[in-house]
Ligand binder design. Structure first.
Ligand code: AMP
Ligand code: ZN
Length: 464
């Protein structure tokens, strides 16, 4: 079955047809790097990872970009007015007594560690908003040239009434979108939904991050960066744009408005939104302060992959309520899976079971149904297939599950390979690198690989 995805733009499950079947382009709105990433944030990036891996399993090549927001995201509510309040990075710099750049570097580094621990595949590029300032300025100039931008006291704004399709994604009109917002809209705006493209630095304040522009010293509005980076790195029309469900109503709507008005082309063919990780039935959010981080999990002895497993138990469009008990259950299931695989004796190289792989792909291709995919995986393990076939099958499935199952497998490495590994180690100790390399090739030819680890250690694996 070809891939089908729920497109938030049309509110339908649609066949996935990329513009260029040779290369799918995909963008995901990444974190604002002003404090530790919560496990709620990671639910969204793990959802992105499942989409990415499913595309790869379907033999697509994928050009995937994720951004870091390191400027312009204000403390105002994402669902109310994201243009008011203080820049989150500037506020963090004040809080922690170091530069905004240091803040961003520090939390990006932390984010990447968690990203690896959750076994999320790296995108083609992580893009950083402050490294695309000229592109953002150029985009505002283009919008200004075409008559979509206007100036008020605190910045340059986008006139949403000039974009007919405004509200298509959110299902709201420019007039109604701000109704119910918890904050007073800026009275100078022409329409309540209008949003900042460029904000002027406050006169009485020296910001850590500000730039010259044709309109004066200032910084880009939050929504602008994603349009500029996506169009620059992936082209004016991309295939897939992803993010958490809170971004659908305003942030993504605004990205569409400014990109399509500037380019005259459709911005993204498909929009996918991941539901929240919740606590006590409400959103887990950094701005709310009820978040947990991977460090909290470490302190209680949980493996990040148990969290990955927990994410798999709910469809990405369903909310998932986080409890320590549910995480414990996920960790138990994962351990059980590892124990089963650890007990397998892998006598011969086998081919995966076609039937199970076909079932697995069918459910994944039906709007990334990971919980069903996990069910297929367990059903396969309980079947009467031989152990070697089960191993081959589950390792193929793990290309999407991403649970590092190959580490758990207890296959025996033949003596011949172990001898070669010993010889290679001797050569390496004595600095005879060319011979060591030759032996490594021999090991590879026998279907095994040696991975060198720090401190002279290594790991021998059967090649997948
Ligand atoms: P933020 O923390 O606002 O910078 O959000 C960064 C990304 O994480 C956005 O795509 C959000 O939609 C997403 N996100 C934030 N909180 C959650 C949550 N509780 N569950 C899932 N995704 C979230
Ligand atoms: Zn974005």
């Amino acid at each position: 079955m070809a891939m089908r995805v729920y497109n938030s733009l049309t509110r339908k499950v649609e066949d996935f047809r990329p513009s260029n079947p040779e290369m799918v382009t995909m963008y995901l709105c990444g974190p604002t790097v002003y404090n530790f990433i919560s496990i709620g944030n990671y639910r969204t990036y793990t959802f992105g990872d499942f989409v990415h891996r499913t595309l790869l399993l379907n033999d697509y090549k994928v050009k995937y970009v994720m951004n870091y927001t390191d400027v312009g995201h204000m403390t105002g509510d994402n669902l109310g007015d994201a243009d008011i309040g203080k820049d989150r990075l500037e506020a963090a710099a004040e809080r922690e007594g170091r530069s905004a750049r240091d803040i961003a570097d520090y939390y990006i580094n932390d984010f990447l560690k968690g990203y690896d621990r959750l076994n999320l595949l790296k995108p083609y590029k992580f893009t950083r908003a402050t490294e695309y300032i000229p592109d953002q300025i150029a985009l505002v100039r283009e919008l200004e040239r075409k008559g979509y931008a206007y100036r008020i006291a605190d910045g340059i704004y986008f006139d949403t009434s000039k974009f007919e399709k405004y509200g298509q994604l959110s299902g709201m009109t420019a007039e109604t979108i701000m109704e119910g917002a918890r904050v007073e809209p800026n009275p100078e705006k022409r329409n309540p939904a209008d949003f900042a493209l460029w904000k002027f630095s406050p006169k009485d304040e020296k910001r850590w991050q500000e730039w010259d522009s044709p309109w004066g010293v200032g910084f880009p509005g939050w929504h602008l960066e994603c349009s500029a980076m996506s169009m620059k790195e992936l082209g004016e029309t991309i295939d897939l744009h992803l993010g958490g469900e809170d971004l659908r109503m305003i942030h993504h709507q605004n990205e569409i408005a400014q990109s399509e008005c500037a380019s005259g082309k459709e911005f993204s063919k498909y929009w996918m939104h991941g539901a929240f990780l919740q606590v006590d039935g409400g959103r887990m959010g950094r701005s709310i302060g009820n978040q947990y981080t991977l460090t909290d999990l470490d302190e209680r002895g949980f493996d990040p992959l148990a969290l990955r497993y927990l994410f798999m138990t709910a469809h990405y469009r369903s909310p998932l309520n986080f409890t320590w008990e549910s995480l414990q259950n996920a960790q138990n299931s994962l351990k059980h899976l590892y124990d089963i695989l650890g007990g397998y004796k892998d006598a011969e190289k086998a081919m995966p079971s076609d039937r199970h792989i076909a079932n697995f792909m069918d459910v994944l291709n039906d709007d990334i149904n990971i919980p069903e995919a996990l069910a297929v995986c367990w059903e396969m393990l309980k079947s009467n297939l031989g152990e070697s076939v089960k191993l081959a099958t589950i390792l193929k499935m793990d290309k999407v599950l991403g649970l590092k199952l190959d580490d758990a497998i207890g296959y025996e490495i033949p003596q011949e390979v172990l001898d070669l590994v010993k010889t290679r180690t001797e050569y390496r100790k004595n600095g005879i690198w060319d011979k060591a390399d030759l032996v490594r090739h021999q090991i590879n030819d026998l279907g095994y690989s040696v991975e060198d680890l720090p401190d002279g250690k290594f790991k021998v694996r059967r090649k997948l």
